[in-house]
Ligand binder design. Structure first.
Ligand code: TPP
Length: 378
């Protein structure tokens, strides 16, 4: 007997406007009054500026990598609305566990741009002391976990963290980002099961950007949608137009408030598209048609919000130009400062693992510092 699929998988940009996918900003820039979160205009302008800033930083970092000045960058081109809208929906005392495309969320939390750029250079002021690849940042004072590049590992970490917060009697909520590819990882299933059973205050933020490097979303799962994967675990699953910053804000905010009230976790499938390569190490022309990219460009989240702001008369080309110049100058200064900084000290490799250094490491440290060594060789 044949079973009928109930929901059609999302494959085209038009599907971001499908009936079960919440959206707010219409194509002409007007807002749907029934879903509009009715945020103050200054807040919406802040969202827009943060999205533009994120895109400028992405573009410049890619150029620096091409020039050989940094080793790697993994960006968020096309995914700015779902990243910024969800980060903005988290309350200040909530926690964010990133995947690897969420530097925009970290900067939204107030992390200094200079510190982010220092991480890209792995210099002496890098928060992870040059021990990681670029774009592997962390920001504990900003309630922001560490980038976790082994796929899905941040999901179980976030769920455990959320459960602990609940046991301590706080109303803190934990959000965790991942791509749709990560929903095939063991950690996704373990995390969802634990969150469902323990009613952990977690918001699972699945950026369905359609591609997991070269694997398209229809080859990732037999499920009709990614949100549907929550059902089996007793986790509420919802879909939102992830190229619509206001819709993303609204859906994630509701999920946060539910979790804070003890009403359980939510899996939010944010429909978006990775307009760039997977990272600076990837050339997507090897596996996807340019036509598809062009179609999705028409739903560009930044253009979408700009259409709305221009229709309101609060944004225009001269404001855009002035803002771009401001961000470019800010970034240029950070890059110059980062390039002038020293490398992490050699002895810093002995930091952070033990509260008190064991004798054998003390001995190794002394040997390393006392022995002959080629200049600048580390
Ligand atoms: C455990 C593990 N397997 C494989 C990889 C290599 N890898 C890095 S990113 C990636 C694709 C992830 O796709 P998705 O989860 O959809 O996130 P996106 O990059 O699209 O944001 C893979 C397979 C890895 N980092 N970790």
């Amino acid at each position: 007997m044949q079973t009928q699929a109930q929901v059609v998988p999302i494959r085209t940009p038009d599907a971001t406007f499908a009936d079960d996918v919440l959206s707010v900003i219409e194509r002409d820039g007007s807002l749907r009054s029934e879903t509009d979160p009715k945020l103050p205009q200054e807040t919406v302008l802040r969202f827009y500026r943060a999205m533009v800033r994120t895109r400028i930083i992405d573009g410049q970092l890619e150029r620096l990598q091409r020039q050989g000045r940094i080793g790697f960058h993994i960006g968020s081109l096309g995914e700015e609305a779902c990243i910024l809208g969800s980060a903005a929906a988290m309350r200040p005392n909530d926690w964010i566990f990133p995947c690897y495309r969420e530097f925009g969320a970290l900067l939204w939390r107030g992390f200094p741009l200079q510190t982010y750029v220092d991480n890209m250079y792995g210099n002496a002021d890098d928060v992870v002391k040059g021990r990681q690849m670029p774009d592997h940042y962390t920001g504990k004072p900003y309630r922001f976990g560490s980038v976790s590049s082994p796929i899905g590992t941040q999901i179980t970490q976030a769920v455990g963290f959320g459960w602990a917060a609940r046991r301590k009697g706080t109303d803190e909520v934990v959000s965790v980002y991942f791509g749709e590819g990560a929903t095939s990882s063991n950690e996704f299933h373990t995390g969802m099961n634990f969150a469902g059973v323990m009613n952990a205050p977690v918001v699972f933020l699945c950026r369905n950007n359609r591609w997991a490097i070269s694997v398209p979303s229809e080859k990732q799962t037999g499920s009709a949608t990614f949100a549907q994967k929550g059902v089996a675990y007793g986790v509420r699953g919802v879909r939102v137009d992830g190229n619509d910053v206001l819709a993303t804000y609204k859906v994630v905010r509701e999920a946060v408030e539910r979790a804070a009230r003890g009403e359980g976790p939510t899996l939010v499938e944010m429909l978006t598209y990775r307009l760039g390569g997977h990272s600076t190490s990837d050339d997507p022309r090897a596996y996807r048609a340019q036509d598809e990219v062009e179609q999705w460009r028409r739903t560009d989240p930044i253009l979408r919000l700009r259409t709305h702001l221009e229709a309101l008369g609060v944004w225009d080309e001269s404001k855009e130009e002035a803002y771009k110049q401001e961000v470019e100058a800010e970034l240029k200064a950070c890059v110059a400062a980062a390039e002038a900084k020293a490398k992490p000290s050699l002895e810093s490799m002995f930091d952070d693992v033990f509260a008190e250094l064991p004798w054998h490491l003390k001995e190794q440290r002394e040997q390393l510092l006392g022995g002959p060594r080629a200049k600048d060789h580390h």
